[in-house]
Design a protein around this ligand. Sequence first.
Ligand SMILES: C[S@@+](CC[C@H](N)C(=O)[O-])C[C@H]1O[C@@H](n2cnc3c(N)ncnc32)[C@H](O)[C@@H]1O
Length: 131
Amino acid sequence: MFEEFVAAHGLTDRLAFHGGDFFSDPLPEADVYVMGQILHDWNLEQRQFLLKKAYDALPEGGTLIVYDAMIDDERRHNTYGLMLSLNMLIDTEGGSEYTVADATQWLRAAGFAKVEARHLIGGCTAVYATK
Ligand SMILES: C[S@@+](CC[C@H](N)C(=O)[O-])C[C@H]1O[C@@H](n2cnc3c(N)ncnc32)[C@H](O)[C@@H]1O
């Protein structure tokens, strides 16, 4: 599907698919990684493992972008994030949504020097973490 989609948009010379298990395989070399709706599937220890793995694999100045339906730090206003969190709690063994403050703390603990959050359309928030 990826290759068909990329070819249909004329990007075959710019994008390549690397299959693998992000827990056990090395990450392909890149300046930017995106973990979109990935962390909410996993428990805290697994999230911290993935963030550290991305940090270690990035070059200086490289960026990890994490996006999920992050909950506001007070856990009061983002109904979509709270409901999706309930869904993840039911659907996965250790998953849930989390706050921007949580993500910022994990990313800083992994070593990232600069961490910035931006709200996206559609209820998700992206956190940009630069090494
Ligand atoms: C909720 S989907 C998110 C998909 C996409 N990034 C998005 O934002 O729509 C979670 C993805 O994690 C992938 N995944 C789950 N376990 C994985 C693993 N151990 N290694 C690599 N990918 C994995 C699944 O195949 C699935 O595509």
